[in-house]
Design a binder for this molecule. Structure first.
Ligand SMILES: [Zn+2]
Length: 86
């Protein structure tokens, strides 16, 4: 097979660069920290401890995994639902 599949994401990337990424929460790490994925181009972002949105690097993934474990243990079995007003 010689032919390569055309890069179908180029439109989405161009769209994002103009209109911004359409980020959706892909994972709740803690109450305040979430991981996001762009519904258009698939780019992953995360909240950081500083409250800044940053690109989800392997290092951040590792940190989030640690935080999620820590958070789960602290939260015990009690579950609360928060309306996300933003
Ligand atoms: Zn995007």
């Amino acid at each position: 097979m010689k032919s390569q599949t055309p890069k179908t994401f180029s439109f989405a990337e161009a769209f994002c660069s103009i209109f911004g990424h359409q980020l959706k929460v892909s994972k709740n790490v803690t109450e305040h920290i979430h991981e996001y994925q762009c519904a258009k181009c698939g780019m992953e972002m995360t909240d950081t401890a500083n409250g800044i949105l940053a690109q989800l690097t392997p290092k951040f993934k590792e940190t989030n995994k640690y935080l999620a474990n820590f958070y789960k243990r602290r939260r015990r079995s009690r579950q609360r639902h928060f309306a996300n007003a933003s």
